[in-house]
Structures are given as C-alpha cells and as structure tokens.
Design a protein around this ligand. Structure first.
Ligand code: MN
Length: 198
C-alpha cells in the first residue's frame, strides 16, 4: 500500500483553506508519529492519525479516544492526510470541506506492537490492509500505552473500533477527552481557536 494524498487534495481548495497542500511525500524521518486532532465540523469529533508509508492514515472518532479498555470507540476511516497536517491548527473556512475549528489535541511517536509467527514486526501498512493495527503510543501528554484499531466484520469497510489495550497505562477513571480539552501545541481550547481565528 503506497500512501497517496490525492483524495485529500481533491476535496480541498487551497486558495481558501489554510490546511497544508503537501503531497505526502515524506515521513518524519525518526520514530513514526501519531496525532489526534479535535475537530468541530458539522459534528464534533476527534481525528486519530498514524504515520504509515509517508502519509497520515486517518480515522474520525466521534466520541474520541478512551483510556478504559472496556470502551469500544467507533472509528471511521477517512482519507490519508499529508504529513504536514500533524502541525495544523486553525479554522477551516465556511463552505470548505470539514469547515470548523481544529486543534492538535495530543501527539507523540508510536511503536509497532504486532509480530508475526517468527517474532518479526508486521509492517504497519499490512496491519492497516488486514484491518487490525496494534501500537504503543509514546511521548503524548494525554494518552499513552497500547491501542488497537480493528476493522468491523460484515460492515461497511470504513467502520473500525479503537480500543485501549489493558496495560499499565489503562485507567477507567480518566476521561481526558472532557477533562483535558487544551491543545498540546498552543494551550488553547477549540472554542478559543474558533473565537480568535474564526
Ligand atoms: Mn475531521
């Protein structure tokens, strides 16, 4: 699976939106990154993005990520985004695709947790293609530890579930989606971004 951001570019008018027009041509160079945007579009959601093959594979998570392994959060696969999107924060203008404010809610690097029968890592692109992704989030401010993304059987292909793995970082008492609303880039909430830049 080679990454392409053609669908991303086709959906946007870069004369109107401040979102990056990058072609997805390069990875981050070091450990692969993850980023979660909070996005108040037609409905509010969190966009979970993973660097795979030089692009950001993306899922829209309506309820946002949980730190409780008992929660299964619906995650709708969306178009690959360019690597430059990891730093994007601002307001997508009215009339444009995804119009509304966006903040960088959390981000860091990740480790691939999936191994084949020989103990070798399963390439991330294969995990995405196979509909089962297991990673360990590192370096974030709000989320940490193992997460699994699993495509639902007998459903529309774009429906996945995002679930916290039951590890040392699992915590059913936390709810960072509501208790930690600030951007990890700017410290601003999505409401403040909307007021200041909308
Ligand atoms: Mn979104």
């Amino acid at each position: 699976m080679s990454g392409t951001t053609k669908e991303y570019r086709d959906r946007r008018d870069f004369r109107k939106t401040a979102e990056p027009a990058g072609d997805g041509g390069g990875g981050s160079g070091g450990d692969p990154i993850w980023v979660i945007h909070e996005h108040d579009a037609s409905s509010r959601h969190f966009d979970f993005r993973l660097e795979v093959g030089g692009v950001l594979k993306s899922w829209a998570v309506p309820k946002g990520p949980s730190t409780d392994p008992a929660d299964k959060r619906l995650a709708l696969a969306t178009e690959d985004h360019p690597m430059g999107y990891a730093d994007f924060e601002g307001v997508i203008p009215e009339g444009e695709y995804g119009a509304g404010p966006v903040i960088v809610w959390d981000r860091g690097t990740y480790a691939n947790l999936a191994e084949d029968d020989e103990g070798d890592p399963v390439p991330m692109a294969d995990q995405v293609a196979n509909g089962h992704v297991t990673i360990r989030l590192e370096g974030g401010c709000k989320l940490a530890g193992g997460y699994a993304l699993t495509r639902m059987d007998n459903r529309e292909e774009e429906m996945w579930l995002l679930v916290k793995m039951d590890d040392a970082e699992a915590d059913a008492r936390r709810n960072p989606v509501s208790t930690e609303p600030e951007s990890v880039l700017s410290g601003r909430t999505i409401e403040q971004i909307a007021e200041q830049e909308g």
